[in-house]
Ligand binder design. Sequence first.
Ligand SMILES: Cc1ncc(COP(=O)(O)O)c(C=O)c1O
Length: 381
Amino acid sequence: MHLETLLAHLAEEGGVHDPYGASHLPIYQTATFDLKKQSGSKIYDYTRSDNPTRDALEMVFAKAENGASCSCTHTGIGAIALLFETVLKANSKILVEKDCYGGTYRLLQVYKDKYNVEVFFADFNDLDSIDVLMQTNKFDLVLCESPTNPGMKIIDLRQLAKIAKSNGAKFAVDNSLATFASQKPLELGADFSVFSATKYISGHGSTVAGALVSKSMEDGEKVAYYANAEGRSQNPFDVFLISLGVPTLPLRLKHHEQSATQVAKYLENHSKVKKLIYPGLESHSAHTLAKSQMKIFPGVITVHLQDVETAEKLVASTRWFGEKASFGTADSRIEIPAKISHASFSEEDLKAIGILPSTVRLSIGLEHIDDLLEDLEKGLK
Ligand SMILES: Cc1ncc(COP(=O)(O)O)c(C=O)c1O
């Protein structure tokens, strides 16, 4: 079965056996289930532990990522916290690609301060150094995004998975930007795929959500235990909201790619643009690697502008690009990461990943391409 077919038949493929043949996911918006009145093959008890609506989405996400099991969480960052709780313990060591989402960076500070977890940031494009670092330190977990947010770096997931495995560390990939419609980290060797469903998967920006998919059932059972023990599970109504975007994900992502490619080509040659980073263009240093890992390039573009004034004017003057956090929605967005999504970074760490106050992140939406290009042209005048 192809991914498009799986997603179009979400309820059925999620194992929902509705007596009325509901064609979309029914919402079991209830805290409890009566143990005396159930006749299904699985007995439900309490929604924090298990719920048929959430079970269905989890089953579809697990199949889509080619994993053994999945736990859906309130938020994407909640899914990353669930990963940490499952794999790390006090005094653990974690190795993280230095170009990571600001919320992940902040969460790592919490683990560092409260549980004495040793956090190492490194450049995952330098795999020789990573190998040496891993041989000299016993890491429990290696974590990266690919593409990274906001630097749009591409990490060689196959190679990194091999290095992590040979050094006895679990390897997790934050797949929020690419999504399973484009990239399957578990097939490339990762132990976990974690993502924010708030972005492309929902596609409509109607709620926040996340998921953690495990390659092995053993890890999946641990994840489910912590999800229940710490109350991280997504509530059924939010599951329903996320499910609305799922069947159209591959189609939307292709449209995002098409428009983003046009925008990237236009901006790359603009005199006020110093450097543009979009893995879909040949000018990206890892374009070939990106093509070998991703089927579709998502709609996020990072642009280094000539100066702060140009960046601020562009953000302030565009009509169709809202100054909003997040990405992957139907509406286009623009932000200065140093001010919004990555405001939690120290000045020094921001500099280390090459993000300046004149760096702008664009999320290309589903508007007509002519409107977007006209808007950007005016904003850069
Ligand atoms: C790469 C990445 N991972 C995780 C998250 C966290 O997701 P959420 O905002 O749904 O908690 C984000 C949010 O922007 C993100 O960009």
